[in-house]
Write a protein that binds this ligand. Structure first.
Ligand code: PGA
Length: 262
């Protein structure tokens, strides 16, 4: 894992956007896996800025979102479909047909999940998958105890997740109880993963995910065995990391090394 510590949310967002931009410049038809939640909002703002001010184009990019609530209409302000258009897709040049977001209203969710998996495979797999982390350690909606080999499927949300996400709804009863989510196995097949986290509230779980044992009880811990992960987290989220000083030192050295060979 390459672990990059930043001073705050804004720097985390800029660093993450720089990674996306770099991969996009190397492969204009990048297959990008995307996440929702508060954490990637700054990243998306920065990508929109790069599109408007620096001409970064998404015209050939294909995207696959990690998850979607079951039962919310796409125009529901808390649906992830709505979120993605509000924060990213509505402001960049991506063709609508290149966007994939799980259909929370699918009549046959099981069939839909298989179709979603097939679509990912058809485009050759995900090149870069953005993930955040929930306070229960989940990535996407793979709640504690999820199979580490799981594929896209319907998942029952954990009580902690429902509570955490209720801040976006009028009250906790409005939070959907189910979601369609990419599985851990699906996410692990992405060629590269960009993991972002911010804030003190994430510090303990980030340390468990990055430095604790690999366990289905903290599904994000599986990323430790992925061959290519870039972790970008701010100082607050890094508070509980045991090897924090080493990560800082190693990143400084890596940048120095890269500058010397290019
Ligand atoms: P957050 O959610 O970015 O809103 O903290 C992350 C997650 O639940 O995966």
């Amino acid at each position: 894992m390459r672990i990059i510590l930043t001073k705050d949310f804004s720097e985390m967002s800029q660093e993450a956007a720089a990674v996306v931009k770099n991969r996009l410049e190397t492969k204009p038809d990048l297959v990008l896996g995307l996440a929702t939640g508060s954490t990637p909002i700054g990243l998306y703002q920065e990508l929109v800025r790069m599109h408007k001010k620096e001409g970064l184009s998404f015209a050939k990019v294909r995207t696959f979102n990690l998850d979607e609530y079951i039962g919310l209409e796409p125009d529901h302000p808390q649906s992830y479909y709505y979120f993605m258009y509000q924060h990213l897709f509505g402001h960049i040049d991506i063709p609508e047909e290149n966007v994939h977001i799980p259909d929370g209203l699918a009549k046959n969710p099981e069939k839909f999940c298989q179709w979603y998996e097939d679509e990912i495979e058809k485009v050759g797999g995900i090149d870069l998958q953005v993930v955040g982390i929930g306070r229960d350690g989940h990535i996407a909606f793979n709640e504690p105890g999820s199979s580490l080999a799981s594929r896209t499927r319907v998942k029952t949300l954990d009580e902690q997740t429902i509570k955490d996400n209720s801040r976006f709804f009028q009250n906790v009863n409005e939070v959907p109880r189910f979601a369609i989510t990419m599985g851990i196995g699906t996410i692990m097949e992405a060629k590269e993963i960009l993991f972002i986290a911010s804030g003190k509230g994430k510090a303990e779980i980030v340390a468990k995910a990055l430095e604790g044992p690999v366990t289905s009880l903290i599904t994000s811990s599986i990323l430790q065995i992925h061959p290519k992960v870039v972790v970008i987290i701010d100082e607050d989220a890094a508070t509980c990391l045991q090897r924090k000083d080493y990560y800082k030192y190693a990143e400084e050295q890596a940048r120095r090394f890269e500058a010397s060979v290019h």
